[in-house]
Design a protein around this ligand. Structure first.
Ligand code: TPP
Ligand code: MG
Length: 340
């Protein structure tokens, strides 16, 4: 995080009840807010006809940021899913890069405009490139963890997905294999209540995805995914344990998808307005701000200052990215076939 410079230096000493320092709490707010403001600008660009497709993480930012902050950046591997903008920002993706990705620009570091938006991938940040087919990132994550174990490399792999994706075979095979071989994987499930238009009751016969772990002899936890601090406090010990050889862990973060599935669907056709209003009161951006302000961690002016900086960063990133070159049509097959 280079762009946030508030008036005073933040302490790096952990605050007891938080397990996080002032510095980390400021980072957490910055990333949660940056993810939200980027997604808002992306949707505006879509409605202006400048961006073809948006699939956003509104309502899941605190879960994503809290979980990613528990990892060692550039050391641990991450196999994310499409909503995980917040995860990628924590790992080092900039606002400009996020906009390049949205617009399918030549210099998008994820796929240089070859994949759909929100299909993340970065060799340097150890983010595994992903497929549109949900949950295929799980066997990849488990394979990386197996290699790390064989090489005695003390890394952790985090694989994430939505709750609907946990009904696929890839999910179950991955949990089974990781548990048998005691692999350092964190399975992070962002349960946002829906798989497109299907409610969770139609996706699985259980209330908690976390209960599925027991069938594989794996430890699991359920956490309030609207609370970034609680997510960090749950994921961090699981990551530390996995790194020490303690095996895999499944964490289910209960969140809510505050926006439609994507820029292309009308959620009023499948979910009650009242439900959305109730969950909106737990908006993770609002919750975080209220908590650190009422606990006296940051004065209101400091939080306002972070907001102003984030808004400026997003505005600048969008303007800049719109001016960047599109890929050359003749480059469409580069990296697809071996060059003779
Ligand atoms: C194997 C497969 N089936 C169906 C789809 C179409 N699809 C894309 S996203 C999605 C919903 C997934 O829901 P969930 O896992 O809960 O994630 P969420 O979008 O709610 O974050 C579906 C069905 C797909 N991409 N891959
Ligand atoms: Mg879902």
């Amino acid at each position: 995080m280079t762009s946030v410079r508030t008036r005073r230096e933040r302490s790096r000493r952990p605050i007891d009840e938080y397990l996080l320092s002032e510095h980390q709490l400021e980072e957490m707010y910055y990333y949660i807010l940056l993810a939200r403001r980027l997604n808002e600008r992306m949707l505006a660009l879509n409605r202006q006809g400048r961006a073809a497709f948006v699939i956003a993480g509104a309502g899941q930012e605190a879960a994503q940021v809290g979980a990613a902050m528990a990892l060692q950046k550039g050391v641990d591997f991450v196999a994310p899913y499409y909503r995980d903008l917040g995860v990628n920002l924590v790992l080092g993706m900039t606002a400009r890069e996020a906009m390049l990705n949205l617009l399918g620009k030549r210099d998008d570091p994820n796929s240089h405009g070859r994949q759909m938006p929100a299909h993340w991938g970065s060799v340097a940040r150890r983010v595994v490139t992903q497929s549109s087919v949900v949950t295929t990132q799980f066997p990849h994550a488990v394979g990386i963890a197996l290699a790390a174990k064989l090489c005695k490399d003390p890394i952790v792999v985090m694989a994430s997905c939505g709750e609907g994706s946990t009904s696929r075979g890839d999910f179950h095979e991955s949990l089974n294999f990781a548990a048998i071989h005691h692999l350092p994987v964190i399975f992070f499930v962002e349960n946002n209540g829906y798989a497109i238009s299907e409610r969770t009751e139609k996706e699985m016969p259980l209330e908690h995805v976390a209960d599925r772990a027991r069938g594989y002899g794996m430890q699991s936890a359920v956490v309030d995914g609207m609370d970034g601090i609680a997510v960090y406090q749950t994921v961090r010990p699981a990551v530390d344990q996995a790194r020490r050889g303690g095996g895999p862990f499944l964490i289910e973060a209960k969140c809510y998808r505050l926006w439609p599935h994507s820029s292309d669907d009308d959620d009023s056709r499948y979910r009650p307005k009242k439900e959305l209003e109730e969950w909106s009161r737990k908006d993770p951006v609002k919750l975080f701000r209220e908590r650190v302000e009422s606990d006296g961690i940051f004065p209101r002016e400091d939080l306002d200052e972070i907001e102003r900086r984030v808004e400026e960063e997003v505005r600048e990133a969008a303007q800049w990215a719109l001016m960047q070159p599109d890929p050359e049509p003749e480059d469409a097959l580069t990296f697809v076939y071996r060059e003779a």
